[in-house]
Design a protein around this ligand. Structure first.
Ligand code: GDP
Ligand code: MG
Length: 672
């Protein structure tokens, strides 16, 4: 006898009492099955149980057949073995062997409660039920064995009655082993007697409604074998036992006993839970509905298997949580997620697919949903990070290709290229990461990215446009400088005509230059008219300030002086005059002075001689910044009237000086 474990005897040899005298189920079966190495056997294992009166050599038989180590009654002490159900693993066989002790309550004068419960329990889990009896018990219809069989048939109807037509899982083999067969009565006769008895018992049963026609053969296959006396014919006994053992071992035998059709289809890793549930139902005298039990088992086990499958998955998924949260774009995230998911599903499928299909499928969907929802923050985080990095790359790429010496000076090309590269990159990474095309999409993020790229491009475009306007302005100023100086030096009557003519031509060029440079910018009309207006205004200001520069008091006085000198001190041929006493110095002086003074009003206002050359600055569009506003009309005036007067007076003093000098020169020549 082994040590006591929570009231359950468990031998060192691997014998475990799964149900004890108090009719409690052991909490250790699951661990024991694992120790036996049967946990991962799937359906590749068998269950056999033995029934029969006390001390009919049941345990002896099992130990011989399966190499088990059940306790055998000690001959010398005639001590009873402990009541309950014991289990051993068959030696070198994937068989769970159940030794049911104490089914003969009738004989012991006890109630038949345990007999009934253990019959239910055994039929719900075993493929083969060995009915062990002495030869002399055969034909004793009133005997204890027959009472037991009646119980077995009754509970079987309750269990499998409704399922008779469905065949698998509801058939059980009853193997009658007749012990101490003397040989006087041949086995065939014993078999006939037993079969007749069984049929009689079957017929006498009160069957549930709807099952009145049910036959014994609808539920059971019967097999009969006889063994010689163990002590009197020891060798023959051993030989026959060995032959019977072969029938449990050798699948190729015609009369192989563990036929697939008897298998109760409980995956090995669920056997412990299943048996415990069955016993609980039986123990509480609840109706034992096997389909429901199998479904409950499936729910329980599929949940367990799913959560085991999730454990490793969660660790894997967690590894990328931090990098994603830190804003990283994780390379090959999709490949990783796919692998974690597929591995988790494979782990689940491997064990759970053996269970009730509906439950397995339903729980698989749950598992997949859990996996997807665990992965989904990674996916959407990755998208968000990708979006950010793509936008940053887009900006940087625009900056570098638009910078002097960059790849692309053409704005449209630069934008186009940067956009294309950005989207390609986004798509590649997003598609790679999108391992659930049903639940996840990246389209929205792409739309957002496009929008933001558009906004960035807009800023760049406005910037570039400004640069063009400045460039146009610079080139305009350069071209304007010389003609203005030239015309203002001449002081001819058509000075303004020429100047405005040049101004208009250069402005036209500037406008064309602007339009050419911004052709691919896709500027709005409003933007273009704003830019053009700015160019016109700045051009005008440039003209105006160039004029101012050329008409400061000092410059102006010098111009007037030069003009006056040319007329007063040089003759028509440009030869310096040497005044003689007869010369009309006064006349010449007056005329040169008048002519020079007449220049002042010419310079005072930008006014072409020919109205065709008149220029008017068009009004600026409403969108223009107010600081660019110019009071065009007053900008036409170069000198105010006061200024004109002041210049005239100052010039007169200069002219007077020349006059005096001329006069003096004649005096001195006379004096010589
Ligand atoms: P159980 O109570 O049915 O499990 O019976 P046991 O296996 O413990 O055996 C009860 C007694 O019967 C033991 O003393 C065995 O030695 C003896 N025994 C076992 N097999 C046979 C048999 O085939 N014939 C006879 N006559 N005795 C046997
Ligand atoms: Mg025994």
């Amino acid at each position: 006898m082994g040590a006591k474990l929570n009231g359950h005897h468990s031998g060192n040899s691997g014998q475990i009492q799964i149900i004890n005298e108090e009719k409690n189920f052991t909490p250790h079966l699951s661990a024991q099955i694992e120790r036996w190495g049967l946990r991962d056997a799937g359906f590749s294992y068998n269950v056999v149980a033995v029934f029969g009166s006390q001390s009919t050599g049941k345990s002896t038989l099992l130990n011989r057949l399966f190499g088990t180590t059940f306790d055998v009654m000690d001959e010398t002490k005639r001590q009873q073995t402990t009541k309950g159900i014991w289990m051993c693993r068959g030696m070198d066989m994937s068989v769970m062997v159940m030794d049911v002790e104490g089914t003969d309550g009738r004989e012991r004068g006890e109630d038949q409660d345990f007999e009934r419960k253990s019959a239910l329990f055994s039929l719900a889990s075993s493929e083969v039920l060995i009915i062990n009896l002495w030869e002399h018990q055969v034909g004793l219809y009133q005997g204890a064995n027959m009472g037991l069989l009646k119980t077995v048939f009754e509970v079987n109807l309750g269990l499998f009655g409704k399922k008779a037509q469905e065949g698998p899982q509801s058939r059980t083999l009853l193997l009658f082993v007749i012990r101490d067969h003397i040989g006087v009565t041949p086995l065939a006769n014993l078999q006939a007697t037993l079969t007749a008895d069984l049929t009689r018992i079957w017929d006498s049963l009160t069957k549930p409604s709807g099952l009145a026609q049910a036959q014994l053969s609808d539920y059971f296959d019967l097999s009969f074998t006889a063994l010689p006396h163990k002590i009197l014919e020891a060798q023959r006994f051993e030989n026959e036992v060995a032959r019977l053992r072969e029938r449990f071992v050798n699948k190729t035998l015609q009369d192989y006993l563990f036929k697939d059709v008897y298998h109760k289809r409980i995956p090995a890793d669920g056997v412990a839970v299943y048996m415990e549930n069955i016993w609980q139902q039986v123990q509480n005298n609840k109706d034992l509905d096997l389909p429901t039990q199998q479904e409950l088992l499936a729910q329980f086990r599929c949940d367990e298997i799913a959560s085991a499958a999730l454990n490793e998955f969660n660790t894997q998924a967690k590894s990328q949580k931090r990098p994603i949260e830190a804003g990283k774009v994780v390379q090959g995230l999709g490949e990783m997620m796919k692998q974690w998911r597929d591995e988790a599903l494979a782990r689940y499928d491997r064990d759970a697919s053996r269970y009730h299909n509906g439950v397995y499928t339903r729980k698989r969907l749950d598992l997949l949903a859990t996996i997807t929802s665990t992965l989904s923050p990674l996916f959407f985080g990755q998208l968000k990070n990708l979006h950010k990095s793509c936008l940053a790359t887009f900006k940087a790429s625009l900056q570098s290709s638009l910078s002097p010496g960059g790849k692309d000076n053409d704005f449209a090309n630069a934008i186009g290229r940067a956009k294309r590269e950005c989207e390609e990159n986004f798509l590649a990474v997003a598609q790679e990461a999108c391992v659930d095309e049903k639940e996840w999409t990246w389209e929205e993020e792409l739309l957002l990215l496009r929008e933001e790229m558009g906004a960035v491009a807009e800023v760049f475009r406005k910037d570039e446009t400004k640069k063009v306007v400045n460039l146009v302005e610079r080139s305009f100023k350069q071209q304007l400088s010389e003609p203005v100086e030239l015309q203002l030096n001449k002081g001819s009557r058509d000075m303004w005509d020429n100047l405005l003519g040049t101004f208009k031509r250069l402005l036209d060029n500037a406008e064309s230059l602007y339009l050419a440079k911004t052709k691919t910018f896709n500027c709005t009309d409003e933007e273009n008219s704003g830019s053009l207006s700015a160019i016109r205004r700045r051009a005008w200001q440039a003209l105006r300030s160039k004029i101012d520069e050329q008409t400061t008091d000092a410059v102006m006085l010098s111009k007037l002086r030069v003009h006056f000198e040319e007329r007063f001190r040089y003759d028509e041929q440009g030869i310096p005059r040497v005044w003689k006493p007869d010369d009309d110095i006064d006349g010449a002086y007056k005329q040169a002075k008048e002519q020079t003074l007449a220049l002042i009003p010419l310079y005072a206002k930008i006014a072409p001689h020919d109205p065709a050359f008149e220029y008017t600055l068009p009004p600026s569009p409403p969108s223009s910044p107010p600081e660019e506003e110019i009071d065009f009309q007053s900008s036409l005036t170069i000198f105010s009237e006061t200024k004109c007067l002041d210049l005239s007076n100052r010039f007169r003093r200069d002219a007077d000086a020349y006059y005096v000098e001329a006069k003096r020169s004649t005096v001195s020549s006379i004096a010589q």
